[in-house]
Design a protein around this ligand. Structure first.
Ligand SMILES: [Mg+2]
Length: 303
């Protein structure tokens, strides 16, 4: 048996799209029983996703997870913006949110628009901006490129973005664009985090790192769960290019040192050194969850 299937964990923090389910809207009848089995054994589960509650299990977790089990289930969503748990009746409750007021949000929008202006005025490159996110802007760098129903990056998308930037004489590719975005934010008096999933440059207050930080500090460490007791699973830990991290790599934070990280993607370009590339997609993750439920002997602990 693989080592990662033998070690019992007390908490599992995992990405949703591409890790727990194949794609958004896919059936959840395989993953939900895995979650319930582990929750029943007192394992804490934390879904860490860039999306919103309605895109996780069709917004039906309240119905799919019995109330006594959901006490051990948490969700860190919206790229760091929202942290949820469940109350005693199994109803979703907001535990913490990092959502700016309108004035502050408009400042973030100005930064997004300034990036758009720079690329258009100096490089004759058109972008689209999504303003409707809670604490960040999404800048579409491949405006003519339809992504279909998949919400995750595909191999080659970063190459396409870098080719477009090069064609417009923007030197240094995505890596430089991330630096430039942060500089523009500083010029606007803001300290923002810029990340990418290749097609989009995202600029805002938080990332998945902030979700992880919140749950470790407020719910896992206080429950006696150390970082070495935690497993992190995702499908986008891979570097997209030099110094350009995939969105799941944001989960690798100093506070999580000693935890185990696993990537299920089929063809990792290159993984951060902390991450074990196990491949196998969603099936590999579900096998791991099933193995955990077989050998974990923790006493249930319902907070
Ligand atoms: Mg994913």
């Amino acid at each position: 048996m693989e080592d990662y299937l033998k070690k019992p964990y007390k908490a599992i923090l995992f990405d949703w799209d591409g890790t727990a389910i194949v794609s958004r809207g896919a059936p959840v009848d395989q993953v939900i029983p895995c979650l319930n089995n582990l929750l029943e054994k007192g394992i804490k589960l934390v879904i860490i996703s860039g999306t919103t509650y309605n895109n996780i299990a069709h917004g039906q977790l309240e119905e799919l997870i019995p109330a006594k089990l959901s006490q051990n289930l948490f969700l860190g969503l919206g790229r760091g913006a929202f942290n949820y748990g469940f109350d005693k009746d199994g109803k979703l409750v907001m535990l913490h949110q990092a959502v700016p007021d309108t004035e502050e949000l408009l400042k973030i929008h100005k930064v997004g628009f300034a990036i758009h202006q720079l690329l258009l005025a100096d490089y004759n490159m058109l972008t689209d901006i999504v303003f409707s996110r809670p604490n960040y802007c999404k800048i579409d760098l491949l405006v003519a490129h339809e992504r279909g129903d998949h919400a995750y990056l595909t191999a080659g998308e970063l190459d396409m973005v870098n080719a477009v930037l090069e064609r417009h004489h923007f030197a240094g590719g995505m890596r430089q664009l991330i630096h430039t975005a942060q500089e523009i934010a500083e010029q606007h008096g803001l300290s923002l985090k810029a990340t990418t999933d290749a097609k989009y440059l995202e600029v805002g207050l938080t990332t998945k790192a902030d979700n992880v930080k919140y749950f470790l500090k407020n719910h896992l460490f206080p429950a006696g769960i150390a970082s070495r007791d935690c497993a992190f699973w995702g499908d986008e830990f891979t570097y997209l290019g030099p110094e350009v991290k995939g969105s799941d790599a944001e989960m690798i934070i100093a506070e999580a040192a000693g935890a185990d990280f696993f990537d299920v993607s089929a063809q990792p370009f290159q993984l951060p050194e902390e991450v074990n590339g196990v491949g196998g997609g969603v099936d590999r993750f579900l096998d791991f969850m099933k193995a955990q439920s077989l050998h974990v002997k923790n006493q249930p602990s319902y907070e």
